[in-house]
Design a protein around this ligand. Structure first.
Ligand SMILES: [Zn+2]
Length: 364
C-alpha cells in the first residue's frame, strides 16, 4: 500500500475514494474552497435565470423537484427556489430506522405551506437492499441511498417535471471527483458510477424483478429530466444553510451531540447513519468527525491543530446503544454483525485489540 497521508490544510485522507491532491498537499475540496473565491457567481446565477425561463414555459403545476429530508440543505434549496419565483415540489424518501428528531424536523418543514410527496419504500424490499448493502458492501444505507435518487427521478418522470435541484456536489465540496464542479447539469450515469460505485446492478440483483420499481433507473434518460446541484449556482455554505433552515423552517438540533463527531446538526434522521460512519472510519481511516472538521477548517472556523485534537476524541466513536436496533433490522445475531464489520476493516490501517479496532496510523 502506498503511504497514507492527510491533506495539509484539512484532515482529509488519501484513502478517500477519488480524492486528489496538489503539489502543496491540499486536497481537491480545499483547492475548490480557494477557487470558489474567484468564481463569477453572478454569472452562474444568470445561467440559472436562463434555465428558469425555459422551465416556466412548460406551465406545469410545479417547476422543479427538490429532494428533502427536513434537514438543513434541502430546506435551504427549497427556500432558494421559492424566493427565486419557482414552484417546487419537494420529495422525501423516508429513511429506515428513522429518529424522532428526523420525524419532527420533517413535520416542522411541512408547516411552511410546502407541497411535499413522502415516499415510503416497500419496507421488506427496502430492508433487504439495506441488509445486502451492509453485508456485501459495508453500506448499511445503500438501499435508501439508491432509493433517494431513483424514487425522486421516478416522480419527476411521472409528474413531467423537467428539473431536479439537489444540494451540493459532495465530491467537489468534501473531497472526491472533480468532474462536476464546473458543470450545471449532471447525468444519471454519473450517479450510478460515483455515488453507487458501480455496485448498483449487483445490489438490485438481490431482489425480485417485480419488487424493483422504486429503485429501477433503467429506461430513464438524462435528456428528459435535468439533474443539477444548487452548489453550482451559488457558493455552498452548509453552516449558512443551517442558520436559514433554523430561521425559516424551525429546524431543531439534537439535544446532545451526534455520535462520532462534535456537532449536533445534520444527518441525524436515521440511526443507521452512525453505523454508516463507523464503517467509513474502519474502511478508510476517517470518520464523521474528520468530515465535519474539514467543513469547519475550510470556512475558517477551526485550525488544523484544533481539528486533530477533536478527531482524536471522536472519530472512532461508536455507540452500542443502538446495536439491538441494528441486529433486529438486519435480522442477524451479534456474532454475524461483528463478522460483517470485520470483513470491511482495512487491516493495513487497523488491528484488533480485544474487541476493539485500534488504528495503526498516527493522526498528524
Ligand atoms: Zn483538504
Amino acid at each position: 500500500m502506498t503511504e497514507v497521508f492527510r491533506c495539509k490544510n484539512c484532515l482529509n485522507m488519501s484513502t478517500r475514494p477519488r480524492i486528489s491532491f496538489d503539489r502543496r498537499g491540499f486536497c481537491n475540496a480545499c483547492q475548490w474552497a480557494e477557487q470558489k473565491k474567484s468564481i463569477n457567481w453572478k454569472k452562474r446565477l444568470l445561467d440559472f435565470e436562463i434555465i428558469k425561463k425555459k422551465i416556466k414555459k412548460n406551465k406545469n403545476e410545479f417547476d422543479v423537484i427538490v429532494p428533502v429530508s427536513g434537514g438543513k440543505d434541502g430546506s435551504y434549496v427549497t427556500h432558494q427556489m421559492i424566493s427565486r419565483g419557482l414552484r417546487p415540489l419537494c420529495v422525501t424518501v423516508n429513511p429506515p430506522l428513522r429518529t424522532e428528531l428526523g420525524y419532527k424536523n420533517l413535520e416542522n418543514f411541512k408547516k411552511n405551506n410546502i407541497s411535499l410527496i413522502e415516499v415510503n419504500l416497500p419496507y421488506e424490499t427496502h430492508r433487504k437492499l439495506n441488509t445486502y448493502g451492509f453485508c456485501h458492501h459495508g453500506r448499511p444505507l445503500f438501499g435508501w441511498v439508491i432509493g433517494i435518487f431513483s424514487a425522486v427521478i421516478k416522480i419527476a418522470q411521472e409528474k413531467k417535471i423537467k428539473l431536479i435541484m439537489y444540494g451540493e456536489d459532495g465530491e467537489a465540496e468534501y473531497g472526491g471527483s472533480n468532474k462536476l464542479k464546473n458543470k450545471s447539469f449532471f447525468p444519471i450515469e454519473f450517479v450510478k458510477k460515483i455515488y453507487f460505485e458501480e455496485q448498483y446492478n449487483k445490489t438490485l440483483g438481490s431482489i425480485n424483478n417485480r419488487d424493483k420499481y422504486w429503485w429501477d433507473l433503467n429506461n430513464i434518460g438524462s435528456k428528459d429530466i435535468k439533474l443539477a446541484h444548487w452548489s453550482y449556482f451559488e457558493n455552498w455554505d452548509s453552516y449558512r444553510n443551517y442558520i436559514i433552515a433554523k430561521k425559516f423552517y424551525n429546524l431543531e438540533d439534537k439535544k446532545d451531540k451526534n455520535i462520532g463527531t462534535y456537532t449536533n446538526f445534520g444527518q441525524n434522521d436515521t440511526y443507521l447513519y452512525d453505523l454508516h460512519c463507523y464503517l467509513m472510519y474502519l474502511k478508510f481511516g476517517f470518520g464523521r468527525c474528520t468530515q465535519d472538521i474539514g467543513i469547519d477548517i475550510r470556512r475558517g472556523a477551526m485550525s488544523r491543530n484544533q481539528g486533530i485534537e477533536l478527531a482524536k476524541i471522536y472519530d472512532d466513536e461508536f455507540s452500542n446503544e443502538n446495536l439491538e436496533l441494528y441486529l433486529d433490522y438486519f435480522n442477524i445475531n451479534e456474532k454475524k454483525f461483528h463478522k460483517v464489520i470485520e470483513k470491511f476493516v482495512n487491516k493495513k490501517l487497523f488491528k484488533k485489540n480485544g474487541k476493539k479496532w485500534v488504528k495503526k496510523f498516527k493522526l498528524l
